[in-house]
Design a protein around this ligand. Structure first.
Ligand SMILES: [Zn+2]
Length: 358
């Protein structure tokens, strides 16, 4: 009952921070202050990059996070070339634009980002570009205010909306609308692909819901390093507890860890989870402190919270990210995955993923 194989297939979009790696090593990363001090923001206002107008070259879109880029690539087909700025394992809360990123954004015909302060360090760059570029704050455009989870911290709104597949499904259509502005001839095809992809995500939603429901109720609690899973918990009826808050900008303190130990001991939680974008030491601290109280807890595996898995693997797709997370959670907490939906069998086949049913 696990993902068996991840054959290498050609990725549908370019991951910018991967292709950019050599340049990144050489280029000092630009914080906004550094950015402004070297006049980069001013230069952005002066440089007149035009939209790529070559008839044979599709228009280009840059998406900040992989979860947006993958939806966009599924919608775009061959009509728009989609590039992801942040690679696997990159934390969007902390990510700072490199000079190469800024160049890439300037050359884009459309820019897609999450919004709700997820890309905290990119806010000023995105604001500036939105004055003269087609820019879409995907989360706020696609998802109704009533569906948002509010928080008591500086965020105000929890930005981790991709954790609820039924909500993230709604991003496909708004992305198709935006892409229709840069590739109008493709509009009908992109709307059709958006609808088909949305249907896949709705099926995914049902599969996650049924799989999580198989976990014994007392063990249905998801302990993670940071608060990225509130939407997942609400959508799939599992209690969630992050050791750290919504953002990863401040470290968890001793009190956070002590509170979490009390929770896991009280509920006899069998497993806690590490995240691909976050240092696992606070999770380990909870495990060690629980062991001192006689509660043996294992690490239930690594969850993809704020970035997808490696490019060119099943987990490097949005669907695969949620599938792999759900399989890890279900296995570690004593449940069984539900029968994989027919609507996702093409996806599973194309990635060589085989989810055995019990
Ligand atoms: Zn996060």
């Amino acid at each position: 009952m696990s993902l068996l194989t991840y054959p290498m297939l050609e990725q549908k979009y370019v991951v910018r921070s991967k292709v950019d790696r050599d340049e990144r090593v050489e280029t000092e990363l630009l914080t906004m202050q550094q950015c402004c001090s070297v006049g980069l923001l001013a230069a952005m206002g002066l440089m007149a990059f035009s939209a790529s107008a070559d008839a044979d070259t599709p228009p280009k879109a840059v998406a900040t996070i992989g979860m947006i880029a993958d939806v966009a690539a599924n919608v775009a087909g061959e009509c728009v070339a989609v590039e992801a700025m942040m690679a696997s394992g990159v934390d969007p809360h902390l990510y700072q634009a490199s000079a190469g990123d800024v160049r890439s954004l300037q050359q884009a015909d459309a820019i897609l980002y999450s919004g709700y302060a997820l890309e905290g360090q990119l806010g000023e760059v995105l604001d500036k570009l939105s004055e003269k570029k087609l820019t879409l704050a995907v989360s706020s455009e696609a998802i109704a205010t009533d569906d948002l989870i509010t928080t008591q911290d500086v965020y105000g709104i929890d930005p981790h909306l991709w954790m609820d597949a039924s909500l993230w499904a709604k991003t496909a259509v708004v992305i198709a609308d935006t892409f229709s502005e840069v590739a109008p001839d493709c509009s009908g095809d992109m709307q059709a692909r958006a609808q088909a992809y949305q249907d896949q995500l709705v099926s995914l939603h049902g599969w996650i819901e049924a799989s999580i429901a198989s976990i014994p109720e007392s063990q249905r609690v998801l302990v993670t390093a940071h608060d990225a899973f509130a939407y997942y918990g609400r959508a799939y009826a599992i209690d969630v507890a992050g050791i750290q808050g919504i953002s990863t900008e401040s470290e968890a303190g001793i009190a956070d860890i002590r509170d979490m130990v009390d929770t896991v001991v009280e509920r006899k939680v069998p497993a806690v989870f590490i995240e691909s974008t976050i240092n696992p030491r606070t999770v380990q601290a909870v495990i060690d402190a629980a062991a001192d109280k006689g509660q043996v807890i294992k690490i239930g595996g690594e969850l993809y919270s704020d970035a997808m898995g490696e490019a060119e693997t099943a987990s490097g797709t949005y669907i695969g990210m949620l599938v792999k997370n759900t399989l890890n959670i279900v296995e570690a907490l004593g449940g069984q995955p539900a029968a994989f939906p027919d609507a996702l069998k093409d996806w599973a086949f194309s990635w060589g993923v085989d989810i055995a049913e019990n």
